[in-house]
Design a binder for this molecule. Sequence first.
Ligand code: NAD
Length: 267
Amino acid sequence: MAEKIRVVVIGAKGRMGRETVQAILKDEELELVGAVDRTLDGVSVSDVLGVDAGSVQFSNDVEKTLVETKPDVMVDFTTPAVMKGNIDKAIQFGVRPVVGTTGMTPEEIAAWDQACKERGIGGVIAPNFAIGALLMMRFAAEAARFLPHVEIIEMHHDQKLDAPSGTAIKTLELISQAREQMGQGHPNEHESIAGARGGEIEGMRVHSVRLPGYVAHQQVIFGGLGQTLTIRHDSINRESFMPGVVLSCKEVMKYEGMVYGLENLLF
Ligand code: NAD
């Protein structure tokens, strides 16, 4: 049998990280070799997460874990503030980053792409690992060619730090590539409550709802003459992201450079 792909998970005690640990443990081609979270060091992953992770222990030190466990892949589900340093370290040590944490700039992605190519490794940054969400984005880009007036409402749990979501930004980028450059809405509109019309990207509005009970949801609403079209995706639980994470851990072994968006590996 071929060697398993060695994976470390950073942010492994978090909501996405623990789901990722379980998905890796279930997959025959992947091997969990390390788990990092900021508050845990030298304690058993099995004990903390209630899974069978053998002798793998938590560490609170990304660099030490990369050096000691020599992984092929580093999965990052941490926070916008720490994810950037983790990606830099992974590339430095020749470990392929698979990143779900959102909140980086196009310039940073371009720099990591260059660094990955220089190091001869692949990388994945995916604002959304759920296949349904990728289809939503694809359908939205298609619809925008015919119904170019569009706004997004995205809903997430109230512990999410960044707004709007990486998925909303990515969707609006795809739409702006697909539709003619245009203004929308009334040019003289004004807000009697600041922020009432949401944020703006390329003339399109995006509204972020943060409430307990939600996981990750998005509506892309198109308006035309006498009609609206709503394309909606709901991640009902975090398992929805795992087929995309597992696929990324395998595909990232096969190319060089940083791929931004799981759709580039799927479609
Ligand atoms: P979370 O708060 O539950 O987990 C984050 C974990 O990172 C925590 O356990 C925290 O202790 C750990 N952490 C923080 N700083 C650290 C450091 N310096 N070193 C090691 N560990 C550290 O958050 P979450 O809900 O799991 O989300 C994590 C990220 O993933 C967010 O940016 C979120 O937007 C993103 N996300 C992406 C997708 C996707 O499909 N791409 C899906 C859901 C969430």
